[in-house]
Ligand binder design. Structure first.
Ligand code: GAP
Length: 513
């Protein structure tokens, strides 16, 4: 694919064309940064959620899952700090009247420098061929080192000013870097101001008695307020975790990049309750464990990196992001935060209820510390989907578009085709569907030539295509074609289930962790 922009456009249009993601309320011209998952998207999303739930909840004896409500008592958000501190630094361009996140303007500037590094690497790779050593080149080439130093200096200063709430310096940085509004091209900026991201709503029948509520901006607080209920009813012993998946809402100002930054999105979060003083050890453990989970999906070892936070959130004593190489560069996919005892202590203070743990080994009570892993399901979807989409030139020179989704996550595991729509072949194909659908999501297709049907399933991400032909009638065998290798094999119908299972089974994939 020509360049990153083109690739990203292709990802968005492919997601629509193949029934993965639609703009919300499209017939009314859509709603900005809100998306609907379509027939294939909903399956892919569910499979990602299940893959996470299996690894995080069901495979860990000491982690349980809950499903807390989206609406929470409004005091929750005072206690959590979101009312006072959950805001973004915003800046307006006076000419275009467009509003931007000040930190994102600076980060985008750095991403452009990063693109220059990528260009240098690509050039050198072409020049040196097989002898090219990327790591060595990046760590020695003076031009690349210069670019990297510039990025580091800028991001360090940005981090420091945000940490110190020095918004005047954030504006000064934007001015010094001569960042212009992408729309008007002007550098006529307002001051930088903080803007709270929570959506408000009302609960109650009449205007007089209605209570002001917020839509939760993270699922984590539903876990904290249930900490003691779960600990007691589940007789959980520290260290233990509570996990959940669910919707979160943020009034994102810079809402773009498709499903990367949405106003309504889904999180998969786990709060791990630990003994104070052990947070460093658990931080390292979860960093490593979560990265292994990502890598088990085979999206490419080089597509991940850690980004340790300079600016820590109000609740954290250490934090890192697992960044993924999206079509628009390395960006946050998951956060791992050492949240100390901040949340539980705050909820104790605001609710007046004790949220402590009695440690029988130490014969003492304490407020546990918390290690959090938090990943956006939609972002994970984008990572998987954008990584999978490719144009492949075949031996005969033709190009096929293929969505090489990890088979464990693919929405449809196998498509079954009768070679022709007669001679009893559709009936056999439909019987195969009837048998397989107990175990897998399968799809029947009899329209167009088989070659065309293969291509449709390649683009749809379906790992297997099964074709029923005239030989099937005689021998009870079919051909099974593999999406990635395009290899076709003749196998007995009775073998199909095992062949498919071997490639799509969650266990096979998670064992790679
Ligand atoms: N409980 C901690 C928490 O919410 P966060 O870093 O603000 O931390 C965690 O969010 C993850 O949620 C992010 O790494 C990202 O994957 C996802 N996320 C956050 N805001 C998002 C948005 N507007 N759209 C899509 N995903 C988002």
């Amino acid at each position: 694919m020509a360049n990153n922009d083109d690739q990203f456009k292709k990802v968005i249009s492919h997601a629509k064309e193949y029934g993965y993601v639609f703009q919300s309320s499209e017939i009314y011209d859509g709603l900005s940064a809100v998306y609907d998952y379509a027939q294939n998207g909903a399956e892919l999303k569910k499979n990602i959620r299940d893959y996470w739930w299996k690894a995080m909840v069901q495979m860990n004896d000491n982690i349980v899952g809950i499903d807390a409500a989206i609406f929470m008592h409004p005091t929750t958000w005072k206690a959590s700090g979101h009312v006072d501190a959950f805001s973004d630094p915003l800046i307006d361009n006076k000419d275009s009247k467009k509003r931007y996140r000040a930190d994102v303007l600076v980060e985008d500037y750095c991403a452009k420098i990063e693109a220059k590094i990528d260009k240098e690497v690509a050039k050198a790779e072409k020049r040196f061929g097989d002898a090219f050593n990327k790591q060595e080149f990046i760590s020695t080439n003076p031009r690349v080192l210069g670019y990297q130093e510039k990025i580091d200096t800028i991001l360090k200063r940005l981090g420091k000013s945000l940490e110190a709430e020095d918004l005047a310096d954030v504006k000064a940085l934007i001015e010094e870097l001569e960042i212009a509004c992408p729309l008007s091209g002007s550098r006529n900026w307002t001051d930088v101001k903080q803007f709270n991201l929570m959506f408000g709503t009302k609960l109650g029948a009449s205007a007089e008695t209605a209570m002001d509520l917020y839509l939760r901006p993270e699922t984590a607080q539903g876990i904290f307020v249930n900490f003691l209920n779960v600990q007691k009813t589940g007789r959980m012993k520290i260290p233990f975790g509570i996990a959940q998946t669910g919707k979160a809402f943020r009034n994102e100002i810079v809402a773009r990049q498709f499903i990367f930054r949405m106003r309504e999105f889904e999180q998969m979060e786990m709060q791990f309750f630990i003994k104070p003083g052990t947070q460093k050890e658990w931080f390292d453990y979860w960093k490593e464990t979560r990265l292994k989970w990502h890598k088990s999906l085979g999206l490419g070892e080089d597509n991940y990196r850690f980004h340790d936070h300079e600016k820590l959130a109000h609740y954290a004593d250490a934090a890192t992001d697992i960044e993924f190489k999206f079509p628009f560069g390395f960006k946050e996919l998951e956060g791992i935060h050492s949240r100390t005892d901040f949340d539980l202590k705050q909820h104790e203070e605001f609710s007046g209820k004790k949220l402590q743990y009695f440690d029988h080994e130490d014969n003492a009570s304490y407020t546990p510390y918390v290690l959090e892993t938090s990943i956006g399901l939609d972002r994970m979807f984008l990572a998987v989907f954008s990584n999978a989409l490719m144009d492949e030139t075949l031996e005969d020179g033709s190009v096929r578009t293929v969505l090489k989704l990890p088979a464990v996550l693919a929405p449809v595991k196998a498509a079954v085709f009768p070679l022709v729509k007669k001679d009893g072949l559709p009936e056999i194909a439909k019987q195969i569907i009837e048998d397989l659908k107990w175990d897998f999501n399968v799809f029947y297709d009899e329209k167009d030539a088989v070659g065309k049907r293969y291509r449709r399933q390649d683009a749809n991400g379906t790992p297997f295509c099964i074709t029923v032909d005239h030989e099937t009638i005689e021998t009870n065998t079919v051909t099974i074609r593999h999406r990635d290798t395009m290899e076709q094999k003749r196998v007995a119908i009775s073998e199909l289930k095992d062949i498919i299972k071997k490639e799509v089974d969650v266990k096979e994939w998670l064992m790679k962790m």
